[in-house]
Ligand binder design. Structure first.
Ligand SMILES: Cc1cc2nc3c(=O)[nH]c(=O)nc-3n(C[C@H](O)[C@H](O)[C@H](O)COP(=O)(O)OP(=O)(O)OC[C@H]3O[C@@H](n4cnc5c(N)ncnc54)[C@H](O)[C@@H]3O)c2cc1C
Length: 306
């Protein structure tokens, strides 16, 4: 294991300055990814830069007009427990609930999950389905990048040297919206996703036609992806069982999984269809005002464990 120096920043400009002046640094937030990669020898930083003491990077603000703003240091545990997230962005709260064990959830941050850019990262399908944007700070100031463009490949992001994520923003949702994330994994929450699916549905005033829908898939492509063909099947159509089933089948167009130690590509493709079908079905119900119950939650877990 390589030795590394330790740096700490008290402000964002100070963090950017350190990153500009010294090569070979790696930002750490919760360190739940960094520590593992360092121990495995996959990451050999010259120094780690602790950003956890920078004030105001752990805030969570919600307004019905503008949406949800998260500091990158908001922990997964906070996403799981915050009533505002549970009420307005339930797919994100579900993703947090499905994430690792409670000890990891207490440490792991949303910024770390995004910047780690794992195709199986649990918050990513939900954030993408909510059209999240990343606020990035660097020497030249700030820029905003949609999450869809921020995630470039496995472990690769649009961050340039000496840049860091300083915020994540989720736009406000229209009335009659519902959303759900389902994680399929052989060991439920204690393993990363074999397939993760998020669906966010907004119904028209009639209450049964899909006005807007976003469906995203995790762990089946180099990055988390939108299932655009599935969305096209549903958009403007009645959200009935037959249409949802056709959409779920169409979601396979976006799935290009690989074989790895967790699952074969064939298994992942087989799981995509029922997970999308179920996620959309319950998202529609939630958009119709039917609360997502713990009984529904249990039925998902049983069903997803085939
Ligand atoms: C036992 C275990 C179980 C896990 N289970 C899951 C799981 O179920 N689901 C899941 O999605 N993940 C899981 N993970 C992975 C990990 O916990 C998450 O990816 C977590 O969100 C990382 O957050 P962190 O704050 O710990 O990141 P860190 O380890 O601190 O950082 C991760 C990466 O992001 C960069 N980074 C962090 N913050 C910023 C920032 N603000 N700006 C720029 N770069 C930044 C770091 O430089 C590093 O490259 C697990 C990890 C462990 C050890």
């Amino acid at each position: 294991m390589n030795r590394f120096a330790y740096r700490e920043a008290q402000t964002v400009p100070e963090a950017i300055d350190i990153l500009r002046q010294e090569d070979g640094g790696r930002i750490v937030a919760g360190a739940t990814d960094t520590l593992i990669r360092w121990r495995l020898g996959a990451w050999k930083p010259q120094y780690v830069l602790n950003i956890k003491r920078i004030p105001d990077l752990d805030t969570l603000d919600y307004s019905p007009d503008t949406g949800l703003s998260l500091g990158p240091l908001v922990t997964i545990r906070t996403l799981e427990r915050q009533a505002l997230v549970q009420t307005h962005y339930p797919a994100l709260a579900q993703a947090a609930m499905a994430f690792a064990g409670v000890q990891i959830r207490n440490l792991a941050t949303v910024g770390g999950n995004i910047c780690n850019a794992s195709p199986a990262g649990d918050t990513l399908p939900a954030l993408l389905a909510y059209n999240a944007e990343c606020r990035i700070a660097g020497a030249a100031g700030e820029r905003v990048v949609p999450l869809a463009d921020f995630l470039v490949g496995p472990g690769r992001t649009a961050l340039q040297p000496a840049e860091m994520v300083v915020g994540v923003h989720l736009p406000a949702l229209a009335p009659r919206s519902g959303g759900l994330y389902i994680k399929h994994s052989p060991r439920s929450t204690m393993d990363i996703a074999t397939v993760g699916v998020a669906a966010v549905v907004t119904l028209a005033a009639s209450g049964h036609v899909c006005q807007e829908v976003r469906i995203t898939l995790g762990a089946v492509a180099p990055t988390v992806v939108r299932a655009s063909a599935a969305e096209a099947v549903l958009r403007g159509q009645p959200a009935d069982a037959a249409t949802i089933q056709r959409a779920a089948q169409a979601a396979l167009e976006a799935a290009h999984p690989i074989d790895d130690i967790r699952a074969t590509a064939a298994h992942r493709r087989r799981v995509v269809v029922p997970l999308v079908q179920r996620a959309v079905h319950y998202a529609v119900q939630m958009a119709q005002g039917i609360p997502f119950s713990s009984q529904m939650q249990r039925s998902l877990a049983v069903e997803a464990a085939f």
